[in-house]
Structures are given as structure tokens and as C-alpha cells.
Design a protein around this ligand. Structure first.
Ligand SMILES: *[C@@H]1O[C@H](CO)[C@@H](O)[C@H](O)[C@H]1NC(C)=O
Ligand SMILES: *[C@@H]1O[C@H](CO)[C@@H](O)[C@H](O)[C@H]1NC(C)=O
Ligand SMILES: *[C@@H]1O[C@H](CO)[C@@H](O)[C@H](O)[C@H]1NC(C)=O
Ligand SMILES: *[C@@H]1O[C@H](CO)[C@@H](O)[C@H](O)[C@H]1NC(C)=O
Ligand SMILES: *[C@@H]1O[C@H](CO)[C@@H](O)[C@H](O)[C@H]1NC(C)=O
Ligand SMILES: *[C@@H]1O[C@H](CO)[C@@H](O)[C@H](O)[C@H]1NC(C)=O
Ligand SMILES: *[C@@H]1O[C@H](CO)[C@@H](O)[C@H](O)[C@H]1NC(C)=O
Ligand SMILES: *[C@@H]1O[C@H](CO)[C@@H](O)[C@H](O)[C@H]1NC(C)=O
Ligand SMILES: *[C@@H]1O[C@H](CO)[C@@H](O)[C@H](O)[C@H]1NC(C)=O
Ligand SMILES: *[C@@H]1O[C@H](CO)[C@@H](O)[C@H](O)[C@H]1NC(C)=O
Ligand SMILES: *[C@@H]1O[C@H](CO)[C@@H](O)[C@H](O)[C@H]1NC(C)=O
Ligand SMILES: *[C@@H]1O[C@H](CO)[C@@H](O)[C@H](O)[C@H]1NC(C)=O
Length: 558
């Protein structure tokens, strides 16, 4: 019966847009989690070695397009700074040269492994970061320091603290110590253990307790252990790490990718990323350790933070990492998942030009001031997540478990106001190709359920790399990091909608897309709402969706 009617409906509409099912989304009146996240939850991790490709050589040569990109994020984070981390493998092996000015960093070993290229860098890096923060009205930094030769840490940390001031969020001491043995980074230690690490961590703390900027362990501004792969977090915490350092730690950091592309092959294809259940499992990596940290809700207890992630380590996978499905949708879905299980922030990694998971592609260095910048799929994830989580008092994120089938290509989250459990947003993912109707219940406690704004993040296909739009805007054809209007008659760009959810409502989620229902008036008035939102004149595609909704109501009434 349902299939017959669907076929009939499709046959009578000259459009590719048809509805395959409707999904009930039960929404609890309040979230079960206590984890409050801010609109700047989703940050950017930059590999130290290639900072110059994005930020220039010194304070006089910071490319304006990069500032524009960061301003796009900043304009959505309310009173919160944009989160940036600088470090990675190269942050662990590079040399700080206090006298080096311009350029702020220089590659020093052309024969180094491409995944770990050391540089010499100097205080100009911090000067540039401080200027970037001023220009975009607020960036807070995580910086990576080595625990190998700690004698320079006091100098680097002192300079960074003096120059960045309140914009220095925390110092990550050491990077992925569970790989030191495998990477040959401790040649004199045959099996580098947690005890060795705790010893080195202690020495590094000692070093930064006496700097030109004072005692930098004195204010909960260090982070660790930044393990990625083989150590068990819970064991490490219980082996003395937490009891030794809880009084100085601000964040407990992890770095984890679903798979690697380090050896020319990899395990998962694109469909892995389109199945929501896989990222639920991925986010639960180190769950016993995460539970130890999240169970301590004391104000100054360390918080969980994902200091680096992306779709595949060692540079990602071309044709997977650089797609709408993975770079854009999966990145948001995974970030919201991490928010729902207790993380405070997550940083998506970006490297040198040519890497498939990067956020944006700058012009070649010789043309950096005149060439065009290209926006890649993951950049959209940053601005959309900031809008989803926007709230003056913080948000609590709940996975609505839209499907019990772990292979389902849908996902949905409720985003509550942290102070009064008011439902601010509902975010619904559809990685498939057909539209799906999601039914929100009546009786929702929200600020503005009667005039909810619905915005769409969409692309022409899941494998698309450039034709991506959010809320009637796109970066396609924008060469300077500022979005332009998207062509809503293109067939894959959807106009913003107004939806009355006061007695329940149906949200049509075209495939593939993320549809975000904004149920609070403050965000609908502050977002780029088009004048056509309340118009009763729908274009053909939306008219078709309207028919689809009517159709579902009819079936429901039978
Ligand atoms: C930085 O210096 C290099 C080498 O001189 C140059 O190619 C590049 O364009 C400079 N970057 C900027 C942003 O000016
Ligand atoms: C620090 O790292 C370098 C290069 O990885 C290595 O040669 C050196 O022995 C390490 N130092 C210590 C104290 O382990
Ligand atoms: C390294 O040490 C750990 C902890 O003592 C032990 O569990 C592990 O088996 C050792 N690995 C090797 C390769 O010796
Ligand atoms: C701090 O460092 C300075 C300069 O290196 C040194 O003279 C001083 O003794 C150190 N203080 C402590 C308490 O280690
Ligand atoms: C630095 O501050 C920490 C934390 O308050 C304290 O334990 C340590 O003794 C201080 N170190 C120095 C050298 O002042
Ligand atoms: C600090 O860690 C070491 C293990 O490296 C452990 O032996 C020691 O008991 C810990 N100290 C405290 C105060 O927990
Ligand atoms: C919670 O964290 C605080 C601050 O670090 C610490 O003093 C306290 O001991 C921790 N509580 C537990 C139960 O571990
Ligand atoms: C950058 O340089 C590479 C190699 O020289 C070239 O293939 C590529 O087209 C250039 N990119 C741009 C945007 O000019
Ligand atoms: C909520 O945010 C407003 C505006 O930023 C602030 O004045 C108020 O104190 C906050 N309330 C709570 C409970 O945090
Ligand atoms: C979804 O499932 C998770 C894991 O079982 C659970 O913690 C969470 O409360 C569920 N969400 C809702 C809205 O029931
Ligand atoms: C789910 O997908 C995996 C591969 O991603 C496959 O092995 C498994 O059979 C699927 N399960 C079902 C119930 O379709
Ligand atoms: C919930 O609190 C927010 C501020 O945090 C406020 O803007 C909103 O109006 C409140 N909503 C309801 C339904 O009370």
C-alpha cells in the first residue's frame, strides 16, 4: 500500500525528490546528560609545519582570506573565541629558535617522513597568532610542546604566554606518546611505558614552572596525555597520571581517527562513514577512561577534549575524506556525538596543501596574496556546528537514536539550552539519496516552536567536493573566504523554511542533507534568514516536498 502510493506520488511529480519513509523522533523533555558545551565546541587543529601556508610569514603578511574564514566561524560563536590548536607530530620534534623572526617557520629536513616534518620556528608564530585573534575578535589557542628535550619548553612557553596572554588556552605536553617507540622517537628506551611518560611529563611541568611569564603550571593550563592508539586511558589515569597531575591539568586529551592511510591501503570505504552507528562506536573509544573524567564534575577538574581528529590519519583518503558525506556531514555528526558523550571540545586536523581532509585550500605559496582560495567540505562543518550549538548559556546535546539499525544512514540530535532544558535545535542527518520525513512530537518546550526556522546543509551528491550549500549560502566561487548566495534553483540547494512545531511537525530531510530546525527565536533572528522564508510561494522542489508531507499525514491518519 505505502509503496504503491509512493510510486504513484513520484509518477505524478516531475521531480527526483520523493519520500521513502517517515521516522518518529521521540524527544525527551530534558536531556539525560549533564555535559554542557559551548558554541565554539568545534575547533581547528593545524599541523605546526605548515602554518605559513595559511597564516603567512609574519604579522605583515597574514592572508586576508584566512582571516575571513575564521571570521565566518567567529560570527557564529557568540561570546566565545574560535578554538585553534597548533601542534601535531611536528610540534613534538621541531626546534624553537628564540631569535628567529620572519619567516616565522622554516622546514629543516626535506628528507623527513611526510607525516612528520620538523621546522625551526620562533616567537613570530605567537605574534601572528595574537594578531589573528585581534583581527577576528577572539581566538583561543592550544599549543603543543615537546616532553623530549624539555630544556627549551620554558622559553617557548614563556614567549607564548607573554604574547598570547589570555588567548593561550592550554599547553599540550607531548604528542601521541603511545607511538614514541613505534616511531623511533626514544631510541635509548626499548619500550617506552606509561611510567616513562609520567616521568617526562613531570620534568616538562618542572620546566614550565619557571618561565619569563612566571609559573605556568599555576592555573590549570596544561593538557595531556594526547594518546591516540595503543595505550588504555583508564589504566594510564589510574597508574598515577591523574592523581599526580589533576591539580594542574585543564584537559584530558585524546587524538583518534577511525582508520589510517599510512601504508597505502585502508579498511573502510565511504559507506562506513554514512552509517551513524559506526561513529557512535568510534566516539566510545576509551569509554572507561572518559567515564573517569566525566564523573568528576568539580569546577576545576580536567575536562575531556579531542585535540585532533579527522576521517583517516596520514592525510586522509582522496574520494572519501574530501566529500560532502564524510568531510561535511560525518564531521558534524561525529562532533555532535562527542559533545553528547562528555567532550568539551573537538579539533579537526588540517595539514599542508594537497591533503584530502583539509578544510580549505590556499593558493600556492608564491601566489598566496593574489591567488584564489578553495573551500573544502570540512569547512562547512565548522560553521554549521557553531550555529547548531549557539547558546548564550551553553548547550546539552542528546543523540535521539533515530534508528535502532546500526547500519542506518540517518541520525538525529536534540540540542537543549543548558540552563532550562528548552529545546533549541533539532539536527537531522540523511546520508541517503531519497528524502525522509522525520516527525517531531507535540508539546515541545521551546522558545519559538510556532515559527521554527529550518535550514538545510546540502550538496548535489554524497561524493560532491565543492557544490555544497548551507542556509542558501555557499563558498563555491567564493575565492576569499566569504560566502555568496547559493542558486536555489539548482536542484540541490534548499530554501530556508518556516515550520510550525507547536503541535508537532514533520521535517523533510532531502537526501543527502542535514536539516536543522531552529526552535529558538534568538537564533532565527540572528541567522541569515531570507526574506522568502515566510513566503507562501514555494518553488517547484519545495512544493513537491509539501506534497510529500501531506502524503505522510494522510497515511498516518489511516
Ligand atoms: C612567505 O615567503 C615566501 C618565500 O619568500 C613567499 O613565497 C610567500 O609568498 C610569503 N608568504 C606571504 C603570505 O607573503
Ligand atoms: C629526542 O628525540 C630525538 C629524535 O627523535 C632523539 O634522537 C633523542 O634521543 C630524544 N631525546 C631523548 C632524551 O629521548
Ligand atoms: C612494554 O611494556 C608494557 C608495560 O610494562 C608491556 O605491557 C608490554 O608488553 C611491553 N612491550 C614490549 C614490546 O615489550
Ligand atoms: C628559574 O630560572 C632562572 C633562569 O634560568 C634561574 O636563575 C632560577 O634559579 C630558576 N628558579 C628556580 C626556582 O628554579
Ligand atoms: C608552580 O605551581 C604549582 C601549582 O600551583 C606548584 O605546585 C609548584 O610548586 C609551583 N612551582 C614553582 C617553581 O613555583
Ligand atoms: C605519580 O606517578 C607515579 C608513577 O609514575 C606513581 O608511582 C606515584 O605514586 C604517583 N604519585 C602520586 C601522588 O599519585
Ligand atoms: C575531582 O577533581 C578535583 C580537581 O582536580 C580533585 O581535587 C578531586 O580529587 C577529584 N575528585 C575525585 C573523586 O577524583
Ligand atoms: C600549485 O603548484 C602545483 C605544482 O607546481 C600545481 O600543480 C598546482 O596547479 C598549483 N596550484 C595552484 C592553485 O596554482
Ligand atoms: C545566561 O546568559 C546571559 C547572557 O550571556 C547571562 O547574563 C546569564 O548570567 C547566563 N545565565 C546563566 C545561568 O549562566
Ligand atoms: C540514545 O542511546 C544512548 C546510548 O544507549 C543513550 O545514552 C541515550 O540516552 C539515548 N538517547 C535518548 C534520547 O534516549
Ligand atoms: C551492516 O554493514 C556491515 C558493513 O558495513 C555489514 O557487514 C553488515 O552485514 C551489515 N548489517 C546488516 C544488518 O545489514
Ligand atoms: C531558556 O533560557 C534561555 C537563556 O539561556 C532563554 O533565552 C530562553 O528564553 C529560555 N527558554 C524558555 C522556554 O524558558
Amino acid at each position: 500500500m505505502v509503496h504503491f502510493l509512493t510510486a504513484l506520488l513520484v509518477a505524478t511529480m516531475s521531480t527526483s525528490c520523493f519520500v521513502v519513509a517517515d521516522v518518529q523522533l521521540p524527544i525527551p523533555s530534558s536531556p539525560s546528560s549533564q555535559n554542557i558545551v559551548a558554541s565554539n565546541f568545534f575547533g581547528i587543529s593545524f599541523e605546526l609545519s605548515f602554518m605559513n601556508e595559511y597564516f603567512g610569514n609574519d604579522t605583515d603578511t597574514i592572508p586576508q582570506p584566512m582571516l575571513n574564514y575564521l571570521s565566518e566561524i567567529r560570527s557564529r560563536t557568540g561570546s566565545n573565541d574560535v578554538r585553534i590548536r597548533i601542534g601535531g607530530n611536528s610540534g613534538d620534534v621541531s626546534t624553537y629558535v628564540p631569535s628567529q623572526t620572519s619567516p616565522m617557520l622554516i622546514l629543516t629536513d626535506p628528507n623527513a617522513n611526510s607525516n612528520n616534518q620538523p621546522v625551526n620556528y620562533g616567537p613570530m608564530l605567537w605574534e601572528v597568532m595574537q594578531k589573528v585573534s585581534e583581527e577576528v575578535n577572539g581566538v583561543q589557542y592550544l599549543i603543543g610542546l615537546t616532553i623530549n628535550t624539555t630544556n627549551t619548553d620554558s622559553v617557548v612557553a614563556g614567549d607564548a604566554a607573554e604574547i598570547l596572554g589570555g588567548h593561550l588556552d592550554a599547553m599540550l605536553l607531548g604528542n601521541e606518546p603511545d607511538l614514541y617507540t613505534a616511531h623511533g622517537q626514544r631510541p635509548s628506551v626499548s619500550n617506552y611505558t606509561v611510567d616513562d611518560y609520567i616521568g617526562e611529563y613531570s620534568a616538562a611541568l618542572q620546566d614550565i614552572s619557571n618561565t619569563t611569564a612566571g609559573n605556568l603550571t599555576n592555573g590549570h593550563n596544561v593538557a595531556g596525555p594526547t594518546v591516540c592508539c595503543s595505550w588504555d586511558l583508564a589504566t594510564l589515569l589510574e597508574q598515577g597520571y591523574l592523581s599526580n597531575f589533576t591539580n594542574v591539568l585543564k584537559y584530558i586529551t585524546l587524538q583518534h581517527y577511525p582508520q589510517n592511510n599510512c601504508f597505502g591501503s585502508y579498511q573502510y570505504q565511504l559507506d562506513y562513514y554514512t552509517q551513524h552507528g559506526n561513529l557512535v562506536d568510534l566516539a566510545a573509544w576509551q569509554k572507561p577512561g572518559i567515564d573517569i573524567i566525566t564523573s568528576n564534575t568539580t569546577a576545576d577538574a580536567p575536562r575531556m577534549l579531542m585535540s585532533e581528529f579527522n576521517s583517516a590519519s596520514c592525510g586522509g583518503i582522496s574520494g572519501i575524506s574530501d566529500t560532502f558525506a564524510v568531510g561535511t556531514l560525518w564531521s558534524i555528526d561525529y562532533a555532535l556525538q562527542l559533545a553528547s558523550i562528555g567532550y568539551t571540545a573537538a579539533y579537526i586536523h588540517t595539514r599542508e596543501q594537497g591533503i584530502s581532509y583539509n578544510l580549505v585550500t590556499p593558493p600556492n605559496l608564491s601566489e598566496v596574496n593574489t591567488g584564489s582560495w578553495t573551500t573544502d567540505p570540512p569547512f562547512y562543518a565548522l560553521i554549521v556546528t557553531a550555529e547548531i550549538l549557539a547558546s548564550s548559556n551553553g548547550s546539552i546535546v542528546a543523540d535521539l537514536n533515530a534508528s535502532t539499525d546500526a547500519n542506518a544512514t540517518i541520525g538525529a540530535y536534540a540540542i537543549y539550552d543548558a540552563t532550562n532544558s528548552s529545546l533549541n535545535r533539532v539536527a537531522v542527518f540523511n546520508y541517503g539519496t531519497d528524502s525522509i520525513e522525520f516527525r517531531l512530537p507535540g508539546g515541545i518546550k521551546a522558545t519559538n516552536p510556532k515559527n521554527a526556522l529550518v535550514k538545510y546543509l546540502s550538496a548535489s551528491s554524497i561524493a560532491e567536493k565543492y557544490d555544497i550549500a548551507w542556509g542558501e549560502q555557499t563558498f563555491v566561487g567564493a575565492v576569499n573566504g566569504k560566502p555568496v548566495s547559493a542558486n536555489t534553483s539548482s536542484g540541490w540547494v534548499y530554501t530556508n523554511q518556516d515550520l510550525d512545531c507547536s503541535d508537532g511537525c514533520i521535517v523533510t530531510v532531502p537526501g543527502p542533507s542535514l536539516s536543522v530546525v531552529l526552535l529558538d527565536s534568538s537564533s532565527s533572528s540572528s541567522s541569515q534568514k531570507s526574506s522568502s522564508d515566510t513566503s507562501v510561494v514555494f518553488d517547484q522542489q519545495i512544493f513537491a516536498l509539501g506534497l510529500g508531507m501531506t502524503f505522510i499525514w494522510m497515511i498516518a491518519a489511516l
